[in-house]
Design a protein around this ligand. Structure first.
Ligand SMILES: [Zn+2]
Ligand SMILES: [Zn+2]
Length: 280
């Protein structure tokens, strides 16, 4: 059983509850550790990011929870940092401002060529995804998906962080409508990204959120991509990307059974300032 979760959002970004409510839920479930990973501030207004004016309060709130619950579980402060070439600040800036214990990097907003608009590929609304494929990529899904993976590659090559969030989330709104994951061009893109992640010694997150939000019937990543992650011996964590306390361990058993099925024997755990392996 996994009794830790290093990726969750509270009211400091787009989560639904105060941090302490997640801590209480974690204690109730007998968790060893939890980490808060609010969406990093961005240089424009968004409904989901941590506001710059709230950084100090975020740091202080998690700090006081660390103390208050120190005899019950370990609590960490992190960020889910958005990488948008030409827009996002260096990860280092927010990591330092928020005094994070570790850092998660991810892509939710894709920067298409020849425009300063951004393509939002996440969230519940599939029409935003479809409209973006049409508007920014002339309905060429290969171009769209390639731009996404190249943005992840750029993040992996240029920023310092620990965990790659939901690496293939670009497939969430695809639902096999534009392409299937066994297509050669798609496998080549994924393979390039995974090799780069391996080279940089990063951890890949296995994210269960799509399943319990019913936006997907799979993990991110799953199937061929998850198999390749395991084959390449890239370290993994399982997280639920919780936005409310009841979500902190959803579909963990399912993820573990999938990981075992693909031959995974270890999972990463954050302890005393570093990532260590735990047997699965
Ligand atoms: Zn995310
Ligand atoms: Zn998240």
């Amino acid at each position: 059983m996994i009794n830790f979760n290093f990726h969750q959002h509270s009211v400091f970004s787009d989560g639904k509850a105060e941090p302490e409510a997640y801590v209480q839920q974690a204690v109730k479930l007998g968790f060893e550790a939890i980490g808060f990973s609010e969406h990093s501030p961005l240089p424009f207004d968004t409904p989901f990011s941590l506001k710059q004016k709230n950084i100090e309060r975020y740091v202080a709130t998690i700090e006081s929870l660390k103390e208050k619950y120190s005899n019950k579980l370990s609590i960490y402060r992190s960020l889910e940092l958005d990488f948008i070439p030409g827009f996002s600040e260096k990860f280092e800036q927010w990591k330092q401002a928020c005094k994070v214990d570790y850092a998660i990097g991810g892509v939710h907003l894709v920067k298409p060529p020849h425009t300063d608009e951004l393509w939002f590929t996440d969230g519940p609304d599939r029409t935003i995804y479809d409209n973006g494929v049409e508007k920014y990529f002339d309905n060429n899904i290969k171009k769209a998906v390639t731009t996404y993976y190249h943005q992840i590659n750029g993040m992996v090559e240029s920023q310092r962080f620990d965990v790659v969030a939901h690496v293939d989330k670009i497939t969430m709104h695809n639902q096999n409508r534009y392409f299937t994951e066994d297509e050669k061009w798609y496998r080549a893109l994924v393979s390039e990204t995974l090799h780069l992640i391996k080279e940089k010694d990063l951890i890949i997150e296995i994210n269960t959120r799509g399943l319990y939000k019913k936006r997907s019937n799979k993990l991110f990543p799953d199937s061929e991509t998850l198999q390749q992650v395991i084959n390449l011996n890239i370290p993994v964590i399982v997280s639920s990307d919780a936005h409310q306390p009841e979500e902190i361990n959803l579909f963990f058993d399912y993820a573990v059974s999938k990981l075992r099925q693909y031959g995974c024997k270890r999972i990463m755990f954050f302890k005393e300032g570093r990532w260590i392996e735990k047997g699965l």
